[in-house]
Design a protein around this ligand. Structure first.
Ligand code: C2E
Ligand code: MG
Ligand code: MG
Ligand code: MG
Length: 291
């Protein structure tokens, strides 16, 4: 009898935990609300693409498009908070489509300008979006629908994407590559990509993850990893880009290690389109003046 009572109490306790833990309940409610906000926000134009310049040998050669969500009540919500949720709910498909389209519109807008027309734009692609059956046609449609030049579009993929289906990944990359689209492997060194994949993938670029760049001057292991990635990428004929460069000392260290391409707050944070364009034009003017 007492055993039975204990069992009942435990069962009730378990159910209580499962259904009435106010903290879990609150978290779930918040997620559901945020997801609904994200859905309506996409319709309402609350999402914006920002652009962070990429420097190669002292010149701005392109931009990485980074998504920003200006929530009407909560203000700016960082991608690290809403991208995972969008991945889980599947909303990433429509969101990713919007990002591609918007980035291509910008590229097309720049195409007739003597300076801006030289730039490329890199778009981050989430694994779920990439592995969707319609991904390749979706990219082609964004290009054709805007008139953007495929050779100025670069797609940033992460190592995690390779784990799911290498055959599918290679096939899609080769197909898009045929139209001139370029590929970067983002956050390199943080995932599980096998070196064997590296030679199979039609890549242009490796991006050294910012976690290695941050302490590159003080942590000998990070310095060794950064140098190794530069050597590996360079010998495979890839451009190696350092992410998250914040100080001149980091930039100089990387340059001495053979890495001549970088992004980071040292030059600029991601900017709204117009501010990015101003920065590029100012930079080109001063480079021209000193040349
Ligand atoms: P990521 O593609 O690796 O982008 C680099 C992140 O580093 C960006 O964060 C950028 O703002 C930040 N960053 C750039 N320079 C510096 C620096 O000098 N110091 C520091 N501390 N950070 C720097 P953000 O914009 O918050 O984006 C975070 C991640 O969210 C991105 O990482 C990317 O994985 C994802 N993401 C952003 N936009 C999109 C998108 O349109 N689609 C998809 N699928 N993912 C996106
Ligand atoms: Mg990226
Ligand atoms: Mg990255
Ligand atoms: Mg990242």
């Amino acid at each position: 009898r007492s055993d039975m009572a204990m069992y009942e109490a435990k069962a009730a306790g378990r159910d209580a935990l499962r259904f009435f833990d106010p903290q879990v309940q609150a978290q779930m409610t918040a997620r559901v609300a945020l997801e609904a906000d994200m859905r309506s926000g996409l319709e309402a134009g609350e999402f914006e693409l920002f652009y962070q310049p990429k420097m190669v040998h002292g010149r701005i050669t392109g931009a990485e498009a980074l998504l920003r969500w200006k929530h009407p009540v909560k203000g700016y919500i960082p991608p690290s908070e809403f991208i995972p949720l969008a991945e889980q709910s599947g909303l990433i498909l429509r969101m990713g489509q919007w990002v591609l389209r918007t980035a291509c519109e910008r590229l097309a807008l720049w195409s007739s300008h003597p300076v801006l027309g030289q730039l490329s734009v890199a778009v981050n692609v989430s694994p779920r979006q990439f592995h969707e059956a319609g991904f390749v046609p979706e990219v082609l449609e964004a290009l054709a629908g805007t008139g953007a030049d495929a050779r100025r579009l670069r797609l940033e993929l992460t190592e995690g994407l390779l784990l799911q289906d290498v055959e599918d990944t290679v096939a899609k990359m080769v197909q898009l590559r045929g139209y001139g689209v370029g590929f970067s492997l983002d956050d390199f060194g943080t995932g599980y990509s096998s070196l064997a994949y590296l030679k199979r993938l039609p890549l242009h670029e490796l991006k050294i993850d910012q976690s290695f760049v941050r302490d590159v001057l003080t942590d000998p292991n990070d310095a060794a990893i950064a140098r190794t990635i530069v050597a590996l990428g360079t010998s495979l004929g890839l451009q190696v880009v350092a992410e998250g460069v914040e100080t001149e000392a980091q930039r100089v260290f990387l340059e001495r290690s053979g890495c001549h391409a970088w992004q980071g707050y040292l030059l600029s944070r991601p900017l709204p389109g117009l501010a990015f364009e101003d920065l590029v034009l100012e930079h080109a003017a001063s480079a021209g003046a000193t040349a």
